[in-house]
Design a protein. Structure first.
Length: 254
């Protein structure tokens, strides 16, 4: 099942179940008990908004060994956590704003895990009971600022630095799906979730022992190798097999 968040001229944005080109509207976010209202409207890609409205985005660093190696880092012995602010979320079709403070902004294609039920100190065996579904994310990173600051907050927290979408897929088996990214049609990243050092169940359990995960929160699971620079005018496609393609552009932040 695909769940999207769509804009409606003259009305508030709404969550909806997608069926071909028809949106079946919900009265609230599905992880908050939202139900179909019976109202159906046509939609197109232009109406799609980021399908997440989280209290927090918990991101995982260096979760693919090849990516850790390409940046000259050791493979972590336990998940490396950092936070991206909800204000960094960007809608499908939006433009990543490249800040003047950075000379090197890079892409990181990732699988996003959307939490469906409150998770606090959850056992790994029970983790999937707390997962609502999955979406496509890009953990945009100002790499030069990351190296300068040592910690990740500024480098990964700029507005528009978390493109998300185009929708949430609830029936994905996340154990082994392809994660890919193209810039101007050229392949940059291609990996599979089976190569993650820490899988989805481990990440949900681990994070829940650090902080309570609320319904609608998101875990960004790390990126495969092939990260590279983004410049003004780039068109980027981030794809997770079984979910779809998230398309964005890049522009200088005036």
């Amino acid at each position: 099942m695909r769940i999207a968040r769509i804009s409606r001229p003259g009305s508030p944005a709404a969550f909806a179940r997608l069926e071909v080109r028809t949106a079946h509207l919900l009265d609230a976010a599905p992880w908050l008990g939202g139900r179909e209202t019976g109202e159906q409207i046509p939609f197109d890609a232009q109406a799609l908004l980021a399908p997440i409205v989280p209290t927090k985005i918990v991101a995982i660093g260096r979760n693919y060994a090849a990516h850790a190696k390409e940046l000259g880092n050791d493979v972590p012995s336990e998940p490396l956590l950092f936070l991206k602010p909800p204000s960094s979320i960007l809608d499908p079709g939006g433009a990543v704003r490249l800040p003047s403070a950075s000379a090197r902004v890079e892409h990181e294609a990732e699988l996003g895990v959307v939490i469906g039920a409150r998770a606090r100190k959850v056992a790994e065996a029970d983790a999937f009971a707390h997962v609502f579904g999955y979406t496509v994310l890009c953990d945009v990173t100002a790499r030069d600022l990351q190296r300068k600051d040592v910690q990740f907050t500024r480098a990964k927290g700029f507005d528009t630095f978390c493109p998300a979408g185009p929708w949430i897929e609830t029936e994905l088996d996340s154990a082994d799906v392809e994660v890919a990214l193209r810039v101007n049609g050229e392949g940059r990243q291609r990996g599979r979730t089976r190569d993650m050092i820490f899988g989805v169940a481990k990440l949900v359990s681990y994070v829940s022992h650090v902080m309570t995960l609320e319904p609608g929160d998101v875990i960004s699971t790390g990126t495969p190798e092939g990260v590279g620079p983004l410049v003004h005018g780039d068109t980027v496609e981030i794809e997770v097999a079984g979910i779809g393609v998230l398309r964005i552009t890049c522009a200088r932040d005036e």
